[in-house]
Structure formats: C-alpha cells, structure tokens
Design a binder for this molecule. Sequence first.
Ligand SMILES: Nc1ncnc2c1ncn2[C@@H]1O[C@H](COP(=O)(O)OP(=O)(O)OP(=O)(O)O)[C@@H](O)[C@H]1O
Ligand SMILES: [Mg+2]
Length: 501
Amino acid sequence: MSSESSVALRDLTFCYENAPEPLISDLSVHFPPGFTGVIGANGAGKTTLLQLVTGALMPVAGTIHGAENTIYCEQRTDVPPVGFADMLEDWGSEAFELRGRLGIEFEYLERWHTLSHGERKRAQIAHALWCKPAILAIDEPTNHIDSHARELLVANLKRFQGVGLIVSHDRDLLDELCVQCLWLEPPNGYVYPGGFTHALEQKELGRDSAIRERRKAVNEYKRLKRETVRRSDKAARADSDRSKRGLSSRDSDARDKINLARVSGKDGQAGRLLRQLDGRVGQAGNRVQAAQVTKQHETGIWLPGSRSRRDMLFELKAGKIPLGAGRVLRFPQLSMKPEDQVAITGLNGLGKSTLIRFILTRVNVPLEKIIEMPQEVSAVTAQNILDQARTLPNEQLGQVMNVVSRLGSRPQRLLESKQPSPGEVRKLLLALGMARSPHFIVMDEPTNHLDLPSIEALEKVLADCPCGLLLVSHDQRFLARVADTSWHIKGDEQRNSVVIV
Ligand SMILES: Nc1ncnc2c1ncn2[C@@H]1O[C@H](COP(=O)(O)OP(=O)(O)OP(=O)(O)O)[C@@H](O)[C@H]1O
Ligand SMILES: [Mg+2]
C-alpha cells in the first residue's frame, strides 16, 4: 500500500444494457489519497461507479488509471465476502488485533445467515481492511451498525492510508473522513473539495451563481430580440421610403434592386445594424444554452394513512423469544394503540428485528393495511417486487411511480432496471404500501440505503401520519422526529438474556 497512489478516470462512459440512456457520460475525475465521498440520489450510479473503479464492471468508453489492488466492500449483506474464511483463519497478530477491534468471531462464517445485518457489516469491513488494499471502495458502511460499532469503524477507516471511495448517507461520517466529494447527477459528476457539509455549500453556491448567469443570459437574449424587432421595423420603413422616391413601376431593373435591398438590407444604415444584431442574438442564444441549471425535481410525499378502529394494534403478554445460541429476549407486557408511534432501540444483535417479526405474527390489523419494510431486501426479492409493480394496471403504476419520482428517483430508469438499487427498492415498497392507505407501518432501519432528501421526506411523512408506527433505527435524529415512545433493548449478561427496559 502506498500513500502516493491515486486513481484517475478519463472520459468514462457507462450504460447498462437495455437502459434508456448512459448512467455515466465522459466523466473525468482524480481520486487522491484519502477518502472521496460519492454522493447522489438513489439510483444515481454510486454503487456502479465503485464497481467500475474496482473492476467488477467494465466501462463502455474511457479509461481508469491506477486502480490496482482494489477491494469493493459491498452495500448488500446477503453473502459473506469472498475470502472471509482466510481472514478468520489468519492467526497473525495484525489479523488477531483487527478481529478484536471490530468484534469479529470465528463462527461468523457458518452463522452468516443468522447474524444481524450490523454484525455482517462489521465483518465485511474487517475483511476489506484485512486485505490491505491500495484502493478501498466502501459502500454504505454505517448501515445497520450501532453507535459503538460506528465509532470503531470511523477509527479504523481513519487509519487507512490509500485511496478510498466511500458511499454513505451518513453526513457526519462524510464530514469526518473525506478530502473531497464527487456528486453524481446522471450522466454527469461534479467534484467539490472537503467533506459533505462543505461540498453541499459549494454545490449550492454554484447553483445560485448558475441561476444568476442563466437569468442574465436570458434577459440579454430577450433585450436583443426586442431590439431586432425594433430595427427590422426601422429598416422596413427605410425601404418603403426609398420605394416612394418616384421610381417607375415599369422600371424593372430599379424594382429588382429595391427587392434585393429589402431582402439583404444592404442599402441602409438600419439594415447594417440589423445584420450585426442578428449575430449578437445568435451568440446570446448560445450563452443561454450553455448556462444550463440542473433541474431540481419536486420532492415530498403525502401518505393517505388512516387510524385503525380496533382498540389495540396488538397486545402481548410478558414472555420470551429464543435468539439462538441459548440466548433469549425477555419482554414485559407490550401493546400499541392505533395512534402510537414507537421506536425500538438497542445495540446490534440484541433482537430488535426478531421482536418486530414476532409482533407481526400477532397483529390485529388486516395484512393489506400494513406497510412492512424489512431491514434488508435481497437482490432476488428486489427483482420480484419490481416485477410485481410492472404488472399493475397503468393508472396504479402511474401513482406508484409518481411517489418514487417525488422521492427523488427516476421512474423510467427503475422500471427498465435489471437490478433495482437498494434505495430504489425501499422507495418502491413505500409507494406500493401507500396506495393501500395503511393502518400500521412497521419499518426496520428505514433510513438505511435512502438518500438524504428521501430521509427528510420520509421523516416528514411519518411525523404527519395518523396511523400506528413501529420503527427500529440507529438514526437518533430520525427517531426524535417521528416517535413518541421508546422501547430500549439491553443485554443482561448474568441471565444470558436481553431485556426491554
Ligand atoms: N444490471 C443492471 N441492469 C440495468 N440497470 C441496472 C442494473 N444494475 C443497476 N441498474 C440501475 O442503474 C441505476 C444505478 O444503480 P446503482 O446501484 O449504481 O445506484 P446507487 O446510486 O448505488 O443507488 P442506492 O443509493 O440505492 O444504492 C439504478 O437505476 C439501477 O436500477
Ligand atoms: Mg448503491
């Protein structure tokens, strides 16, 4: 690993097969040592870019220099990283220390499918760091992980000396780690120095000045057009004066000269000025074309939820749920009224998702009145959800896609996608559920994978929603805005159990 290495993209273009247009077009970027934050809406191509840089995908055109000894640390947690066993079996002191620092246990490989997604994330990151890559491309590393694991992660990433590309919706993480940010707005990308906050300021400043430039260019264009009309009138009047200077209508030679002068405006001062002006109007038109401002799509959604008429959404007597490896989750009597908004909190692996699944088998609400957003949706399930959406009648599909669009993703690209991105799938699930006017919304880590404007739209829609909410999240900012009650799960070492307090 060398701190001198860097990666350069030159005129990179990429288009998925069957996609309506290129996702990336003529992108040239330099990635210096340190982390570059890769930012953009869901479906903007962040994962695709990381896969291009690490060689998992090939560009359609353009080149990538310096991308040797690369690792892509996946966004999805469906399967363990390739070579994970080698890391577990490395008894060297460095590997031993790294496993200890990130809390990785030997059984993780065989227990992969029973690990929590937070545990899987830590395992992926530990493996990526163990490989000691020169180029580390890391996709949504803080998804699912609790505050303690996040601290460990940041400390470990800060030690990384090579070229890093990091995709994250965690603004604080980007601020702490990044030397620059690459903002993807398909098919273009823009680089800004500094972390997220600084990049956002620069981007907005740039947008404000682009708006001012465009306004100026449009005003100048309109002024010149008005001037052209005024001078054409003047030239026409001059023509008509000349034709009245007693030339005989039978004098065909003279008549031809006048006609020629009318067309070319060659014979008068007004005509000359008009020709000059035509050139300036053309240039002003070009300046308007060049001063394009990226269009901002209208965002924000309204959720047609309603309150269940039942007394309770569910009622559980005190009990326990097995968590595997001999551990149990003990819970007191738990219930929710139709309007309650409950947050379940606690560290990774304590059984938050297990509790949610357990509750969902005991609810008093018809299935079609529940929106359930699981913590992760596998690639295969994501395809099935999209296939089902494609079969909806046109009007319904239009409504669903309108929500997806108002959450900031492109419906056309999603509908033609072979592999919807994790953020796109979440938006689709939400849109499909909204169409059923839900009574109960159950979401496990809903802000994971979502881009920042959608998180804000979701916060707002849930805060205003009249139906019951049961949410698991490590995002305190989000919970503070949408939940009024908290059930906190914590470990109880002595009884090998976890309890809700
Ligand atoms: N194999 C594929 N064929 C066609 N389209 C694809 C394919 N894989 C991804 N896409 C589409 O390309 C776009 C970019 O996908 P990508 O996964 O790179 O987005 P992303 O920015 O990482 O999104 P997210 O924030 O949700 O992770 C999306 O619209 C996606 O649906
Ligand atoms: Mg992605």
